[in-house]
Design a protein around this ligand. Structure first.
Ligand code: ADP
Length: 590
């Protein structure tokens, strides 16, 4: 702003130097010329005076005034010079231009005074007689050391001035042409000096904008060339450093992005410095849009904000737990530590988040499972103990009662056995699946379905329920036949248990492009929508009393789920209360 271009700083300076020099030279030259001209003219006038001095000396000794005047006029005409003769008294006795009688005494004229003193007098002055500027040169007319008069030659200065003016105008024109030429040359020189600098300025601006690939042209001038080379070198180093920094940043970003843990860096004002992909996923934020934003703007979670606030004031690493209330609850384990820069200054906090939701759920499942198992085992044991105690209290002596209580004890023992059998089956399947010990082979589905139906036929007949099988021939899947049969039996067992007598249960096997689907459909009591998500959990029952009464362990569907999962498939249920249920097993086609 307000800064001049180098060209407009150099060029006017050159112009001023040229003009001042030219004016000084012109002034000095014209002054010298004028002096030279005057000196020449004075010498010329003196020579003329000296030439004719003899003639006048003869006329003045003795003085012949009349002839002096006529001689003056004659010589003056011949030499185009005004010639005047003055007596020592200052009286003019002869003049080539005027009548001496009309001329005043000339004793006071400087040139006359000098001549009377025996010297050669010279003066330039305005002549009142001729009304113009004149140059006078006076020489004494002397004989034997005595001065008899003064001979003065003079010419008008105007002629000198005219001659000088002519020369001056030539000098002026010449000077003007030289000045123009010099101005043009200095413009070219200024441009040549400033252009490489201007190009370097543009190059430096390109560098500043980040375009470090285009090099500056190196000018011929040693200094500017060295500057351009230095700048090119600087740009190359800068380019290399930026490349390294970008590479390091990319590597860091790649490391952070690949981390399973969420990483959040926060400055002291609780604004986000960075947030990796995993943290973005966990907190539902876009990692690219968050830097610079306040933590509370990005994540509205009191736990996290309080944890970060604690880490920011703490000097020690901290650990905490954060619960995210999203669609479902998520549990995060948080590790926080002060964030320090290269100099060890505390600049904020670093928080690492671990999603422990699955672990937490597993823990809960295990805890619930232990509680459920204990509870499930306790019920029959309590019943057996009560029956045995009643027997001991005397019922043993009453055969009818003794039989009744022994039957109860047997039934409860069977129940215990059933629960333990189911638990063992479950754990066998789980262990087998984990150790990949469950052998699968390509078998026909129909055989498995028929075998299962066969097993359940007695129960079906007992309740007068019709069992129907529809399965296209040749449908095969990768299965472990005994396990799959067990799963179908469990589903059929439930269908029969929860159906009214005289209804029907349909078993079907079908195949699509991607999977084999086995369905068990009943028209029984159905299951409420609220229960469906938890139906396959261990010991989950819709109606506990009814299930127990019907001899259920609450593990049947859990076993089905584990068997299907061990086959790489999935199981789901559709059910309408009062209308019936349909369980579907989906097995992938390999
Ligand atoms: P249970 O041994 O009690 O039958 P399951 O794990 O086999 O245990 O089933 C869990 C619960 O799901 C049952 O208690 C029952 O309430 C419900 N259920 C299972 N199958 C059906 C069905 N076909 N119709 C209605 N309810 C069912």
């Amino acid at each position: 702003m307000g800064k001049k271009r180098l060209l407009w700083q150099l060029y006017p300076s050159y112009l001023i130097i040229i003009l001042v020099s030219l004016l000084a030279i012109t002034w000095y030259a014209s002054r010298s010329l004028r002096q030279f001209y005057y000196k020449q003219t004075a010498a010329d006038l003196e020579a003329r005076a000296q030439l004719i001095e003899n003639q006048f000396r003869e006329q003045l000794i003795p003085a012949e005034t009349n002839s002096v005047d006529s001689l003056c006029q004659e010589l003056g005409r011949k030499s185009s010079t005004r010639i005047t003769v003055i007596l020592p008294s200052g009286k003019v006795i002869g003049d080539s231009e005027e009548d001496p009688a009309n001329m005043d005494n000339h004793a006071d004229r400087p040139e006359i005074r000098q001549a009377q003193a025996g010297n050669i007098g010279a003066s330039v002055r305005f002549s009142h007689t001729l009304q113009e500027d004149m140059m006078y040169v006076a020489v004494p007319i002397e004989k034997d050391g005595a001065i008899f008069g003064v001979l003065r030659t003079s010419i008008p200065v105007t002629s000198i001035s005219l001659a000088l003016a002519d020369i001056y105008s030539k000098i002026a024109i010449g000077g003007f042409l030289v000045a123009m030429l010099a101005a043009t040359i200095s413009l070219v020189i200024s441009r040549r000096l400033s252009r490489p600098l201007e190009e370097m300025r543009q190059g430096a601006e390109r560098f500043a904008e980040g375009d470090l690939s285009r090099k500056l042209a190196v000018p011929d001038s040693q200094e500017i060339g060295a500057l351009a080379e230095a700048m090119n070198q600087m740009a190359a180093q800068l380019d290399e450093r930026i490349r390294i920094v970008v590479q390091q940043r990319n590597e860091q970003e790649a490391v952070l992005a690949s981390m399973v843990e969420g990483v959040i860096a926060i400055n002291k004002d609780e604004r986000l410095i960075s947030l990796n992909q995993a943290a973005g996923r966990l907190l539902g934020a876009d990692p690219h849009k968050t830097p610079g934003k306040g933590l509370h703007e990005v994540v509205r979670n009191v736990d996290l904000q309080q944890f970060v606030a604690r880490v920011l004031v703490s000097v020690e690493p901290l650990e905490g737990e954060i619960v995210l209330h999203q669609d479902s609850e998520r549990y995060l384990q948080a590790h926080g530590a002060p964030l320090r820069d290269g100099q060890g200054q505390n600049i904020g906090a670093l928080v690492v988040l671990n999603d422990v939701t699955r672990l937490r759920k597993l823990e809960n499942i295990r805890r619930d499972f232990v509680a459920n198992v204990s509870h499930e085992l306790k019920t029959p044991i309590t019943a057996i103990k009560a029956a045995v105690e009643t027997l001991l209290d005397g019922a043993i002596y009453k055969p009818d009662e003794a039989r009744r209580f022994l039957k109860i004890a047997t039934k409860q023992a069977d129940r215990l056995n059933a629960i333990i059998e189911d638990l063992l089956t479950l754990s066998r399947i789980e262990q087998g699946a984990e150790a990949a010990e469950i052998l699968l082979g390509k078998y026909g589905i129909e055989t498995v379905l028929s075998a299962a139906i066969q097993t359940c036929r007695i129960k079906a007949i007992a309740k007068d329920i019709e069992l129907e099988l529809t399965c296209r021939d040749g449908i095969r899947a990768m299965i472990n036949p005994p396990l799959m049969e067990q799963a179908i039996i469990n589903l059929l067992d439930n269908a029969l248990k929860y159906s009214e007598p005289k209804s029907s249960v349909q078993v079907s096997g079908a195949q699509s492009d991607t999977e084999v689907i086995i369905q068990v459909r009943d028209y029984g009591c159905g299951i409420g929508k609220d229960h469906l998500p938890r139906l396959f959990e261990r010991f989950y029952r819709v109606d506990k009393a009814r299930s127990r009464r019907l001899g259920g362990t609450g593990l049947g569907l859990a076993i089905v789920k584990h068997i299907v999962q061990a086959h790489g498939g999935s199981v789901n249920v559709e059910s309408v209360p009062g209308r019936g249920s349909c369980f579907s097993i989906h097995l992938p086609i390999v």
